[in-house]
Every structure is written in structure tokens, then in C-alpha cells.
Design a protein around this ligand. Sequence first.
Ligand SMILES: Nc1ncnc2c1ncn2[C@@H]1O[C@H](COP(=O)(O)OP(=O)(O)OP(=O)(O)O)[C@@H](O)[C@H]1O
Length: 301
Amino acid sequence: MPATTQDADGGARPLVECESLVRIHQHGTVEVQALQGLDLTVGAGEMIAVVGPSGAGKSTLLAVLAGADRPTAGRARVDGWDLTDLTRAQRLAYRRSVVGFVRQQTARNLVPYLTARGNVEQPLALAGHPRRTRAARADELLDAVGVASCADRLPAQMSGGEQQRTAIAVALANGPRLLLADEPTGELDSATAQEVFGTLRAAQREAGVTVVVVTHDPAVSDQVERTVAVRDGRTSTETLRRTEVADDGAARVIAQEYAVMDRAGRVQVPREYREALALTRRVRLALEADRVSLLPDRQAG
Ligand SMILES: Nc1ncnc2c1ncn2[C@@H]1O[C@H](COP(=O)(O)OP(=O)(O)OP(=O)(O)O)[C@@H](O)[C@H]1O
């Protein structure tokens, strides 16, 4: 198995660090373990996609990183803020100044009775931005995400893509270090989804914001340098992509999938590998010069 690391690409300083993160939801007497020891590191200025089956824990992870949900156990740090241990006032300050959030449902991202400009002005007002400069700052943000022409329109007078781009302007209003997006293109056609993805990309590349986007859309996940797959409340695999230029000058993207190893050295062996070699409870590990092999237990059965 190739050596891999959970650290972000390029050795960037981590902005997000989750270690053995656990979130248990209590449903009467039933407990649902949404996160079951999740490890994740995201470098400052990086953009990653989080993918995984329904119920894997992706939204719960974003809710924890947004400061909206408190982890049951483990560690979650963002830009030096310890999210396991925030007072009410700190949680509010964190949510107003460190993170921005964009949801899938276009209608839930914006206040329906405020114009695009009014929507962007709202977080500026909450952060104490002086009234006389708010409109100009809001217009600047709307221009940066390409919807300057919508400034005086209500959400119902905008297309889905325009609403999502306005939502990104709202999320960026207070200059967050981290932008979280939960299925931001889920309700959009593919051309519009590409525009919204481009807006997130621009926030990362031009403003240096770290972006974590949960998506089911391969057109989104295939365009980022790192995709993290979450399964059963844990990070299971990571796919790294890099662009290689061939001798003929043609660029192609090389994607490589890695298993994720936690700090204790645990790696999940995919079901198809286990089934192919009838790997059951016990396996043999063999250290070779450049790899570790995992062999079936020949004495089993
Ligand atoms: N507030 C809650 N109360 C109880 N259980 C919850 C709550 N929120 C999430 N869960 C459960 O936690 C698990 C993880 O849910 P989560 O929404 O994080 O998954 P997801 O990967 O985002 O799924 P999807 O792709 O369908 O949005 C699921 O079993 C879900 O039913």
C-alpha cells in the first residue's frame, strides 16, 4: 500500500483539524452515531470535496465545522478555535467571523423579503459594519460573485444560480477563513452548477478562503485537488488529483485514490478486496522493502 498522509497537499498550515470526532444524536432511547471517530485535516487555502453515501455523516461534519452542532467527543479545531469547548458568546463570534455557510436549498439561504443587496448587508450589520459603507461593500461582493445586476432584486426574482451566488456573497460578507457548502449545486442544472462551482473556486483562489464542499455531483468533486470520502461516520478514502503535461503538451488529470490511516494505524480494507480474497477476521501483515502486504489467513475455515 503506498505511503499516504492525511495532511493537506503542499504542506499548507492546517486550518481545519478533526481528530477522532464523534457526534451521537439521541432520538428518544435510540442513539444514532452520525460521526464515529472521523479524522480530517484541511490546509489553509485548500478546497476539498466531501463525498459519501446518504447518512454517512457529511452534513453532521459540516454542522460541527460551522459551530452549529457540538461534537460528543474528539477534537475539532478551526483556525485555532476549539469547537468542542466554545461558550455561547464564543460560538456566536465564531459563526459570525470565521465561517460562512451555503446550503443546498436556494430558498433557505436568503431572506425572501430582502433584496440581494439587503441580504448581503445583513451579516455586515450584525458584525457592526457602519451603515453608510454597508451598501457599497454589499455591491462589491455581489459584483465579485458575478450578480451585480441582481442587487435590487428579491430572491424570487432571481434564477437558482443567481440565488446561490448571492448566498456565496452573503457567506463571504464578513471575510471568513472557512467557507462550507452543503450540496450547493444540488438543485441546479449542470451549466449553472458549473458557474456556482466557479464562484466557490474564485473565493478560494482569489480571496484565499478555505473551502469544504459536500457534493454528490462528480462534476464538482472531479475538479478539486482532493476529495475525501466519508463512510459510516469516518473518512474512508481520499482521492488526490494533479495535472500532468505530456510530451505533446496535452494536460491530463491524474487521480489516485488512497485509503486513510488514522493515528493508531487503522486502515479500512474495502469490502470488494475483502471478498475477493476471502479476508475475514484475521489477516497476516508482511512488511516488505517498499510496501506492507495484507494476506489471507490460510488456516481459517
Ligand atoms: N438531528 C438529528 N437527530 C437524529 N439523527 C440525526 C440528526 N441529524 C442527522 N442524524 C442521523 O445521523 C446520520 C448522519 O446524517 P447526515 O445528515 O450527517 O448524513 P449525510 O451524509 O449528510 O447524508 P445526506 O447525503 O443524505 O445528506 C444519519 O443516520 C442521520 O439520520
